[in-house]
Design a protein around this ligand. Structure first.
Ligand SMILES: Nc1ncnc2c1ncn2[C@@H]1O[C@H](COP(=O)(O)OP(=O)(O)OP(=O)(O)O)[C@@H](O)[C@H]1O
Ligand SMILES: [Mg+2]
Length: 321
């Protein structure tokens, strides 16, 4: 049924403009975003605060209407019951009925999907187990920590055993252990054949998890593709060389071509921009009988790409009413 073969989600120049303030000034939160999420992949939707991630996800969920453009889920236009039937969603700030226990909360969402009886009870217990919350099944949500709420929220998104799971900032507010657990959970969903789309500004998590990512800044898509391809595009040849026993004269020569030279007590840290400069620096150290302590190639990260794109990003798209 899907449009474009294996595409589970397809956005075609999707845009959203809000009117804000007394004068009803237009703010374009999402600006002609086109992308596709393929069946079975973990797709990261990345961008800084205010980039338009939540707005885009809300449009996909049918919670707000696009100003222009279209999108489909499993080939059905967003907002239609068919588009919503096979997906689960974790909102950014889920409104939790905090007097409910973990079990009651999941039961409540199960009822919304028409689940009942022993089957629902089994499903609730199974999900609490999956997200590592079995111990808190009878505890009220208001006694949950942020990490516990996030987990029970993810369990909620899985109650109808959806084929597509959309998570808005699933790792936010979690400590490193909690983040690793959510990452593992997402990988298990992928292993069980589900498609996962999640938004995040924690780039390291996305780097570890995603098959592909999209980067959005000020409403515009600035990059989209496999993490390795995106990084290769901006790969740095830089290397960090740590040396000892460098006399002032050698240090001066090093400064003449190195990108950066930092004195660290007995040692000198030198940042070099190319392989040629690395060779030159090592020759220099050897010629003055210095000592090479370490040589570390600088790996390009999503963070580098993110910062580079952010610097080049345009000013907010604002149009007077
Ligand atoms: N209901 C609204 N009315 C007016 N402006 C809005 C509304 N919702 C979002 N915006 C604006 O749209 C832009 C994008 O917001 P959005 O919440 O989609 O960003 P985000 O990428 O999810 O950010 P964060 O990382 O902080 O969650 C922001 O400038 C925001 O102020
Ligand atoms: Mg958001």
């Amino acid at each position: 049924m899907g449009v474009g073969g294996d595409d589970v989600i397809c956005l075609n120049r999707l845009s959203k403009t809000f009117r804000v303030g007394f004068w009803g000034k237009k703010v374009t939160a999402v600006d002609q975003v086109s992308l596709a999420v393929r069946r079975g992949e973990v797709f990261g939707f990345l961008g800084p605060n205010g980039a338009g991630k939540t707005t885009t996800l809300k449009m996909l969920m049918g919670l707000i209407y696009p100003t222009s453009g279209t999108a489909t889920i499993f080939g059905y236009p967003i907002g239609t019951p068919q588009a919503k039937a096979r997906l689960g969603f974790l909102p950014e700030s889920p409104y939790f009925y905090d007097y409910l226990t973990g079990r009651e909360f999941l039961r409540f969402y199960g009822h919304l999907f028409g689940l009942r009886g022993a089957w629902l009870e089994r499903r609730v217990d199974e999900l609490l187990e999956v997200v590592g919350m079995a111990h808190a099944r009878d505890l009220q949500l208001r006694k949950f920590s942020k990490g516990m709420l996030q987990r029970v929220g993810i369990a909620q998104a899985l109650i109808n055993d959806p084929e597509l799971v959309v998570l808005d900032e699933p790792m936010s507010g979690l400590d490193p252990i909690g983040r690793k657990e959510v990452r593992d959970l997402i990988l298990r969903l992928k292993e069980s054949g589900k498609t996962v789309l999640f938004s995040s500004h924690i780039l390291h998590d996305a780097e570890l998890l995603c098959d592909r990512v999209a980067m959005i800044m000020k409403g515009r898509l600035v990059a989209c593709g496999h993490v390795s391809d995106l990084l290769a595009g901006g790969a740095t040849q830089e290397a960090e060389l740590l040396v000892e026993r460098l006399l002032p004269e050698a240090l001066e020569r090093m400064r003449s071509f190195a990108k950066k030279v930092v004195l660290q007590g007995e040692q000198v840290m030198v940042v070099l921009a190319s392989q040629q400069d690395v060779d030159r620096a090592i020759d220099l150290v050897r010629s003055v009988k210095g000592k090479v302590v370490s040589l570390t190639p600088q790996k390009a990260s999503l963070e580098d790409l993110f910062i580079r794109e952010a610097k080049g990003a345009r000013e907010p798209v604002e149009v007077a009413a």
